[in-house]
Write a protein that binds this ligand. Sequence first.
Ligand SMILES: [Zn+2]
Length: 368
Amino acid sequence: MGGAAASAHPGVRLTGVLELPARLERLTGAARERADRLYEVRLVSGHTVPPPELEPWLVTTFGSVEAVRDQVVLKVTNRVTLEAVLFAPLRSRRPVDGPERARDLAGEVAATEGDPFCHPETGTPADTFGRVRGARVISWANAGLADAHHAVLVFDAHDPLAFDAETVSDLLRSGREWAERAHREDPEAVNYLLIWNCLWRAGSSIIHGHAQALLGSGSHYAAIERLRRDVAGYDGDLLEELIAVHRSVGLTVDLAGDVVLVAHLTPRKERELLLIGRPGMEETDQSFADALARTLIAYRDRIGVSSFNLALWRPPLANAQGWEAFPPMVRLVDRGDPFVRPSDIGAMELYGTPIVGSDPYDLIEALR
Ligand SMILES: [Zn+2]
């Protein structure tokens, strides 16, 4: 633990994630040691000197002059994976330039109805082994391949936010079925990755609800391989300890079937969640599928997220020596308001440390 105690930040009310250093200080014994081994946490202060002319605008924009005059930023680093974040609460309130636009998401979605994804049999290419047809999802080969095996999994509903629990479990089943079929055709291709970019803000070029599946050979997709190496090189069970630290500071929800929902202490961007199963579990197991469906529906309905990135990380389908401690896990991140012009990803996210304005405690409270 680096950083200072709350008393070093007079005038700043420490709530939510800004209370993390105090929560960690209250831990004792093995819980404290675990947290210190895994995370570097620093609460730092910054001060600005606003001119009187600016004060009314500061009050309107940030709530008070004091909120801008004395600020704190919480810096969290996972010492093992080097995932890190700057929690900067004021960032979510900063003004955004750009034209006023209609914010009619339902209208924008409806305007693209009748697209090729609405009639996939004739509007899209098939894989050499045909199409996977689930109850809610049909697969086809991505017209622009990103790997030797790359499918689009299109939902029967045009509206990408019209999913329900059956859509989610059918997506997991159909994606896996596609991967198994592609693997049978190409035994060297074992690294299965399921991704879902929801709406343009998350990088999706087509509005119609769809996910994608990839099956690669060689090393697993880089971010997954990175975690595998970190798990393999750690003296202990890295993922178990990561869950335990989050649990000790109140950032987990235990779901049925030993699936754990985690509001991540080092989120890649706003409101990142990890859904972690047990080692040996399949992502198609009903308890994992149910947990994911519950999480996604709450993300949409309780948090109000409309644009998100999701990835399913799991061990290779075959030749998985060294992956024994690796459970299926889903990472899920909010990409923000589809009608805001600036990208949420800037130079800090690409080449520095991600800056996050949302609070993981607000997130986990809304998902209990
Ligand atoms: Zn459509």
